[in-house]
Design a protein around this ligand. Structure first.
Ligand SMILES: [Zn+2]
Length: 275
């Protein structure tokens, strides 16, 4: 008799444990914090929490977005931006503000030079280079490079093809200067050291680190480009699942994307600390 009661108790205990651990794993998988007490404030907190994830669509991944008309985005305050009219996903912007304020307390000033960029913006950047309207780094003129693959490869050292930029996602920012040299001495070096030490505390990481054991291919090092990891890592994971070369179209030179394996090499070619 007693061992039947014991068995029933054991089964009940196991069932409770299974339900509990499934709920815990599910909560971890969607990165919800343990704040669901059912109170209104907590619900609002969950919705507005730093780990809140939007339903990611292919249009969002490819930059077919209009941040000014999308309530998932927030207009960046002009006081810490190099120009007006830039947007970030609200969660990423809130995290940036927390990071910026902490940096200010340490005498470090963070200024956003670029944030969310829709497809057409990236297309202008790409096509201006592709068609020789803008010279590349080191005064290279892309139109002097007749082979399309070589031409694309040269532009890809620092610029993404439309449809493949992390800036489409509204999770990534360029800070202070678009030159690595700025971050290597004086004020810029202080900024970079601060970011290296503290950015991760606020959820930010540097996807394009120097080539080495951690990262062997992709864009060259960009000390200015920082990514809000809780959102961006989900965007990347979804991108790898959802986007194919049939989607990388609509700009001059798009035919080179597949041959250069831009998804595998450039989109996925980031520092593992950003995954
Ligand atoms: Zn960037």
């Amino acid at each position: 008799m007693w061992h039947r009661a014991f068995l029933i108790a054991l089964v009940v205990l196991l069932a409770v444990l299974m339900i509990f651990s499934r709920g815990y794993r599910a909560a971890r998988r969607i990165h919800l914090p343990a704040c669901d007490t059912g109170q209104k404030e907590d619900k609002d907190m969950m919705k507005g929490d730093a780990f809140y994830l939007p339903d990611i669509t292919k249009d969002m991944l490819l930059g077919h977005i209009d941040p000014a008309k999308d309530d998932g985005f927030t207009l960046i305050d002009r006081s810490h931006a190099s120009r007006p009219g830039m947007y970030l996903r609200t969660r990423a912007y809130d995290a940036f503000m927390a990071m910026r304020n902490a940096a200010l307390d340490d005498g470090i000033s963070l200024v956003i030079l670029s944030a969310a960029r829709p497809f057409n913006h990236q297309r202008r950047i790409w096509e201006n280079k592709w068609n020789g309207l803008q010279v590349l780094h080191g005064d290279i003129l892309a139109t002097d490079i007749p082979d399309p693959l070589d031409r694309a490869r040269e532009i890809l050292r620092f610029s993404a093809m439309p449809g493949t930029s992390r800036h489409h996602w509204g999770t990534d920012i360029d800070l202070n200067s678009l030159q690595n040299e700025y971050f290597e001495s004086g004020e810029g070096q202080k900024v970079y050291q601060w970011l290296q030490e503290y950015a991760a505390v606020f959820g930010f990481c540097q996807p394009y680190t120097a080539f080495g054991k951690q990262r062997e291919e992709g864009y060259e090092e960009e000390k200015w480009h920082w990514s809000y990891r809780p959102l961006a890592s989900e965007f990347l994971r979804t991108y790898e699942d959802m986007v194919s070369y049939d989607d990388i179209v609509g700009f001059d030179g798009y035919e080179t994307a597949k041959k250069l394996r831009v998804i595998e090499t450039y989109v996925s070619g980031i520092d593992p600390d950003c995954l």
